[in-house]
Each structure stands twice: as structure tokens, then as C-alpha cells.
Ligand binder design. Structure first.
Ligand code: PLP
Length: 359
């Protein structure tokens, strides 16, 4: 064994050495529909205006009071209730890591329905906290209420995550079941609304009812995945505690200014979201017309679809330069499933044709 290898084994945690780094699929030259990105760029005049704004930012200074302006703009955008506060993250991924860090103590666990967003489990693992995954009901991908309540009773989790809509299944869980889970949870409940721009419902109007619920959102699926900006709202006292584990200056002056610019032009992003919601419907109908193909209902900018042979279809689509997400290897509930991001009308036409030719 080389000296460096020996040193790595002495110093780097065994569980970290056994992990795989988060894989970003290579996508050069492909129609990229694997990561729920908004396909639209800004119109040229807004690109110029943004360039001027960013050019004028004092990049020689650490981020400062401008972040207060952004927090206020986000609170207004989201309709945050009184008595609540908002913490910013470098993407909501960072907020999820911060939550695990703030809540880790002996006996603390993290619980979420599975299949779900991978970062809930990964953030727990990295903090050495057990993760409890409770399977969704097959086919409907609804919460299994009895199993969720039993797991909450048994593990008394510090954190319960509910993605609303869920990734990768795209559905909104039953509201009455969410309510009973929130009431049963002895710790914090995080409602993750990453897909809110495409959803018919939001938890925001229910947030003020429960002092232990946090509502997390991100500008990524909205159209700023490259900017990295997530935010989380909750009772002021609670947010103040979580804010203590936030790395200082986690949101750069450029992230901040780009996010403010986007909120000032939220009509443009709302227009894009409307197109994507219409495209989602068109995509689902086109998939329904293909033999042996079953798209699931979606309230997000993605559609989960079951095909006869997902590996074959995924590879066939890739050979035709269309990149989607193969869900194999994860939950048995997702056997033969692909997750398709809703793209522009042209991209969706290419995706539908590639899928049809790859069945
Ligand atoms: C994409 C996604 C996020 C993470 O988004 P960031 O880009 O880190 O802000 C969070 N939750 C869910 C459910 C997601 O699908």
C-alpha cells in the first residue's frame, strides 16, 4: 500500500471512504432531461440587464446587508406568515446538511418516506445519524400512514422530511395524512417544496398552525439551478438556532444579486413555469399513448414513467442523445422506471421520439 493510501486510511473516516461521490452524468451534446432543470434561458434583454447588475456588485466585499433585502424579497414572494423567519442556504442541499448538523445527538434519527430525495439520507449518514426510510405505497406512491406513524412511534425521529411534491415520484401526498404525521412527530417536520412552481398546492397557508414545521424551498427548479439558492422558513426561535450552524458567508454576493434580479422578474419565471406545466400534460398524454408505457401523475417538472425494460430504454435514449434518469438500483417500487424532466416543447418532442424508438 502506498504511503498516501496508508495516510488516507488513518485519517479519512471508513464510512466516507466507502461512499461514492455524487455522480453528475456527462451531458455534452445531449438533450439534458435528467436533473429537473428549467430548460429556458433569460430573454436577451434580461441577460444584459443581469450582466450589468452583477458587474456592479462589490465582489471585493464579503456578503452583507444585501442578504437582508433578499430574505425580505423571498418572504414576500413566498407569503411567509408573521412571527416566522427565513434562513438562506447555498441551495437547499446545504440547508439539509445544516439541519442534520444541528440535530445530531445520541439517539437522534432522521425519517423520510422512500423513494425520496437522496440528500435526506446522505446528510444523516454524514453526521453519523441513523436514517429510517419508510416505503411509500406501491403504485400510488402515497404515504403509508400506518407504517409512517408506527416508525415515528418507534424511532422518535428528530427530523421528518416530507417532499411536497415528492422526488422522484412527482406526486403530492394526501394532506390529511401529512397532518396526522405532523401531529405525531416528536421533533421537527421539514416540508420540502422544491417543486412549488409546478404544484397545484403549497403548505405555506398551513405553516403558521404548527410551531415545529419548517418549510423549505429553492430557486433551483424555479429556473436558477446554477445560482445555488435555497431558503427555509419557520418560527423565528427555531430558525435562529439553525442559523447558528450556517457557514458564515454561505451565499455569495453574486448568488444574492442574481436571486434578487430573478425575483424582480418573477413574471418571466412564472411564464416559463406555465409553459412547463402545459408541456407536462402534453408529455403525459403522449406517453399514455405508447403501448406498455405508464406515466404517473405529476405536480412537478418531471414525470416518472414505467416501461417494459428501463435499462434498455435508457440506453436506447442515450444512444439517441437524450439523457434522462434511470431509477434502477434504488427502491423496488421503482423497478423499470425512468424519471423524465419536462423540457422545452422541442426537447420534449425529441424525448418522446427517442423513448418510443427505444422501447
Ligand atoms: C432538487 C431538490 C432539492 C435541492 O435543490 P438545491 O438545488 O440544492 O436547492 C431539494 N429537495 C428536493 C426534493 C429536490 O428534488
Amino acid at each position: 500500500m502506498s504511503q498516501l493510501q496508508q495516510r488516507i486510511e488513518q485519517v479519512i473516516r471508513a464510512d466516507v471512504r466507502q461512499m461514492h461521490a455524487y455522480v453528475v452524468q456527462p451531458s455534452a451534446g445531449m438533450v439534458k432531461l435528467d436533473a429537473m432543470e428549467n430548460p429556458f434561458r433569460l430573454p436577451p434583454e434580461l441577460q444584459r440587464a443581469l450582466g450589468e447588475r452583477l458587474g456592479a456588485v462589490a465582489i471585493n466585499r464579503y456578503p452583507g446587508e444585501r442578504l437582508d433585502v433578499l430574505r425580505e424579497a423571498l418572504a414576500r414572494h413566498a407569503g411567509m406568515p408573521d412571527g416566522h423567519a427565513l434562513v438562506l442556504g447555498n441551495g437547499s442541499d446545504e440547508l439539509i446538511s445544516m439541519l442534520a448538523m444541528a440535530c445530531r445527538q445520541p439517539g437522534a434519527t432522521v425519517l423520510a418516506p422512500v423513494p425520496g430525495f437522496v440528500m435526506y439520507e446522505m446528510s444523516a449518514q454524514l453526521q453519523g445519524m441513523p436514517f429510517v426510510g419508510v416505503p411509500l405505497r406501491p403504485d400510488t406512491f402515497e404515504l403509508d400512514e400506518r407504517a409512517m406513524l408506527a416508525a415515528i412511534e418507534q424511532h422518535r425521529p428528530a427530523l421528518v422530511y416530507i417532499a411536497y411534491p415528492n422526488n422522484p415520484t412527482g406526486n403530492l401526498f394526501d394532506d390529511a395524512v401529512i397532518e396526522r404525521i405532523v401531529q405525531a412527530a416528536p421533533g421537527l417536520v421539514v416540508i420540502d417544496e422544491a417543486y412549488q412552481p409546478f404544484s397545484s398546492r403549497s403548505y405555506i397557508d398551513r405553516l403558521a398552525r404548527h410551531e415545529h414545521v419548517l418549510l423549505m424551498r429553492t430557486l433551483s427548479k424555479f429556473g436558477l439551478a446554477g445560482v445555488r439558492l435555497g431558503y427555509m422558513m419557520g418560527r423565528r426561535e427555531l430558525i435562529e438556532e439553525i442559523d447558528k450552524v450556517r457557514p458564515p458567508y454561505n451565499v455569495s454576493v453574486l448568488n444574492c444579486e442574481a436571486a434578487l434580479f430573478a425575483l424582480e422578474h418573477d413574471d418571466e419565471f412564472a411564464r416559463q413555469a406555465r409553459i412547463l406545466r402545459d408541456e407536462r400534460q402534453r408529455l403525459i398524454e403522449a406517453l399514455q399513448a405508447l403501448p406498455g408505457v405508464r406515466p404517473y401523475p405529476s405536480e412537478a417538472n418531471m414525470v416518472l414513467v414505467k416501461v417494459p425494460d428501463a435499462r434498455r430504454t435508457y440506453e436506447g435514449m442515450k444512444a439517441r442523445k437524450v439523457l434522462v434518469k434511470h431509477m434502477g438500483g434504488g427502491s423496488p417500487l421503482l423497478a423499470n422506471c425512468l424519471r423524465l424532466t419536462v423540457g422545452s416543447p422541442e426537447e420534449n418532442d425529441l424525448m418522446i421520439a427517442a423513448l418510443r424508438d427505444s422501447l
